[in-house]
Design a protein around this ligand. Structure first.
Ligand SMILES: Nc1ncnc2c1ncn2[C@@H]1O[C@H](COP(=O)(O)OP(=O)(O)O)[C@@H](O)[C@H]1O
Ligand SMILES: [Mg+2]
Length: 360
């Protein structure tokens, strides 16, 4: 089922009477049957968006549609939503079976069918052997899978997950996110997965939606958003190590960082912010390129070497040093203290104005 938000706005009034536009005039369509990652820094309005879809919060303005049906005024229990929160919120005194079954008891589902559906859901999340255990006898990842089974047992039209992996340790986080991906594929349920973790969103989602200050910045397939960020905020939010941002300028169709040419542009002369992905640098072993940096630190991990680099020849105290990160093939033998020349892969460089808008 498709979820469509039209000019959706939610305003909170804080204690000192200040208005916060937690969701600000959002137009967004979540395509049917897809897993969408809603991504952004803490406080950007992700949970508020989710609770508006669920009907737990009421919008100040705008509308929400499930397919062609408007649900803006519909109470949450009528919307057909499965919700999973960060803290598993299982009933500790109940077994896995009872936890999954619980939502069906209020729905007057016939006993045999409820039993059958409970087992199917346990099977779907891979916990059919653990139906008689209590939550505290399960790992965090398993508990979260019970929460997902419980959310799905009512056969909701939409699955909404609010930072479901945040309480798990790194290994379980990886495992459980693959499980969520598999469960979503098997059921085909339209899913919104909220996270502040860009790597998590990129790896799990069919498409990501990047949000900032209640406003959607960009939506697209993860690799497309990474390769073609709509603005400097998105460029910086995706990618680890972060994109390098240099102050530069365009002069006579050439792009400069200080006096060093880094590429060509058809844009008029102007100062620019130049974003270059760490993997966008190619070591120029001929040393003919005039783009060069002092290597400050070298970290080799596996097949990649990360170079921490500084502007050439600048004397700086450690404190105000502005360092940049470059990832090169580990076969390059580079040492701290070297002056290294680079060329830039054109598709790894993005130009922005000083407000952070993309220049094309
Ligand atoms: N019940 C509330 N009362 C007042 N302000 C709120 C309330 N809920 C959220 N906010 C504010 O709305 C903004 C968005 O919050 P939220 O949707 O929880 O962000 P996120 O989930 O992306 O971290 C934040 O500035 C937050 O402080
Ligand atoms: Mg939140």
């Amino acid at each position: 089922m498709e979820i469509r938000m039209a000019k959706l706005t939610k305003i909170f009034t804080s204690k000192n009477k200040k208005e916060v536009r937690a969701v600000d005039n959002v137009d967004l369509t979540i395509p049917s049957g897809k897993l969408i990652g809603l991504l952004g820094p803490s406080g950007c309005g992700k949970s508020t968006t989710l609770y508006l879809i669920a009907g737990l919060l009421r919008q100040n303005e705008g509308q929400i549609f499930f397919d062609d049906e408007e649900v803006s005024e519909m109470p949450p229990e009528k919307r057909g939503i499965g919700l999973v929160f960060q803290n598993y919120a299982l009933y500790p005194h109940m077994t896995v079976r009872e936890n999954i079954l619980f939502p069906l008891q209020n729905l007057k589902v016939e006993k045999e069918e409820a039993k059958q559906r409970t087992f199917e859901m346990a099977e779907l999340v891979g916990l059919q052997e653990m139906l008689d255990r209590k939550p505290k006898e399960l790992s965090g990842g398993q508990q979260q899978r019970v929460a997902i089974a419980r959310a799905l047992v009512k056969k909701p039209r939409v699955l909404l997950l609010d930072e479901p992996l945040s309480n798990l340790d790194a290994r379980l986080r990886l495992q459980t996110r693959e499980e969520i991906k598999r469960i979503q594929r098997e059921t085909g349920i339209t899913t919104v997965f909220v996270t502040h973790d860009q790597e998590e969103a990129m790896s799990i989602s069919d498409e990501i939606v990047v949000m900032k200050d209640g406003v959607i910045q960009q939506m697209g397939e993860p690799q497309d958003v990474y390769d073609f960020p709509a603005n400097l905020f998105v460029a910086k939010f995706l990618g680890n190590p972060q994109i390098n941002v240099f102050d530069g300028e365009i002069k006579n169709k050439k792009i400069f960082i200080q006096d060093m040419e880094v590429g060509k542009s058809k844009l008029p002369d102007q100062p620019v912010k130049i974003g270059i992905r760490p993997e966008g640098f190619i070591v120029d072993s001929e040393k003919t390129s005039n783009l060069r940096f002092d290597v400050n630190l070298v970290e080799t991990i596996g097949r990649d070497t990360t170079l921490i680099i500084d502007m050439p020849g600048e004397e700086k105290s450690i404190l105000d040093k502005q360092s940049f990160k470059v990832i090169v093939d580990a076969s390059y033998r580079v040492q701290a203290g070297d002056l290294v020349h680079f060329t830039i892969k054109p598709d790894k460089m993005h130009l922005f104005d000083f407000e952070g808008n993309l220049l094309k």
